[in-house]
Each structure stands twice: as C-alpha cells, then as structure tokens.
Design a protein around this ligand. Sequence first.
Ligand code: MLT
Length: 237
Amino acid sequence: MNIDVIISADHIKESQIKDKVVVVIDMLRATSVITTAIANGCNKVIPVLTVEDAFKLASKDRNSVILGGERRALKIDGFDLSNSPLEYTKEIVQNKDVIITTTNGTKAINGCKGAYKIYIGAMINGRAVAQLVKKENKDIVFLNAGTNGQFSMDDFICAGYMIDCITENHEVQLTDIAKTARYIYENNKDIDSYIKEARHYSVIKSLSLESDLAYCMKKDILSVVPEFKNGEIKNAL
Ligand code: MLT
C-alpha cells in the first residue's frame, strides 16, 4: 500500500488518483461541515461547483432541501446556512438533502472522479477515515483542498494525522510529501499552535468564528465516514 498527498484541488493529476482510494480534506471548513451534516442525520449532501447550480438543483423542491456553503467564507445570499459546521444541527438537517457549494472543498470533491473510492475526511472523523481506508488495502491519496490552488497548512496536518493513524500498526510506503505530513503532525500533536499560523485560520478568526475553529480542530468526535459516489455524499459505514 502506498500513501501520497496532493496539496490542492488545482494540483490533481488524473494519473495520480486513478483507481486509488482518495480522501478529500478541507478541515477549515467544508469537509468538517459535510461530516457534521452526515453525522446529524441528513439524507445526503450534494456538493456542487457553483451558486447557480445549487439554486437550480434546489428549485426542484426548495422547501425540502437545505442550501449551504460560502463565498469568501461568508453565507451566500438566499442560502439557508453558511459554511459553519455548528449550524448543521440535527434539528435542521435530519432527513433533509443538503446542497452545498464552497470555494475549495466542493471543487476538490468534484475534481477526483476516476478514483476507486472517494471519502471525506477532517480532524473530527480522522481516525474513523483512517480505519476504513486501511481496510480497503489499496493505494491511498490524501487530496487537500488547499486555498485557491495554494498549499494549506491546516489540510496538510490533517492528512498527517490520518497517515499517523494508518501507520500506527501497519506497513505502508509513504511518498516524501506523505512522510512530511506525518512528520508535521508528529511534531505538533496538539495541532492548535501549528494551525494558528495558517492563513485561512486568520480569515475565519477575523470573522469572529473562533467556535468554528475550535470545533474543526477537535480530533475524532465523530465516527461517520462520508463517501462521495454518483454525485452524492452518504455515510460509508
Ligand atoms: C472552502 O471550501 O474554501 C472552505 O471550506 C472555506 C470556508 O472556510 O468557509
């Protein structure tokens, strides 16, 4: 089994993900939102690329769906929810379809077609994802959503955490970048002081969304593993 890391949605090469198990990470905040919505009992999450696509899809049955996501980290006009995971409570999402569009996260998810399987990971479900992908016994690629095509420290340490969980009692081959992600995690296990240096951390903080940051940095509070298949995300377990 080989493990690799891709640093942003703009760096995906088809040959790098073809027939591999891909784990998409956008821990601040898209994949934390999706994981929370699935854990709180929504029927499914549909990740779309544009605001127009989201409205079009929702218009078929506007009252039965939740529209969520962000542009510039802020709620989109006419949407029900922003990209704050704390808004995706059981009371709001249970038995609903959630249509979501975000700047980087939903782009990354939709960009890895051709993969053998596509899972959604964050710190909040990191160990559950690691346990499942280990069982697949296939090559794994952690696809970091990144930020506008740039490397993101937060997604990188999150990949490092999952690689650390996978390699605890398991022989695997790591690429240099996968080794580096694990090294970063191993040397910053509290993760806070490292993630605080990330650019997107300051963006979220400047919007007074510290509670989102605290939530997204928690390890393993959820045990669901969202899987993207045929355009929809549901729990794989
Ligand atoms: C994204 O998909 O770009 C992010 O999740 C942005 C955000 O934090 O809202």
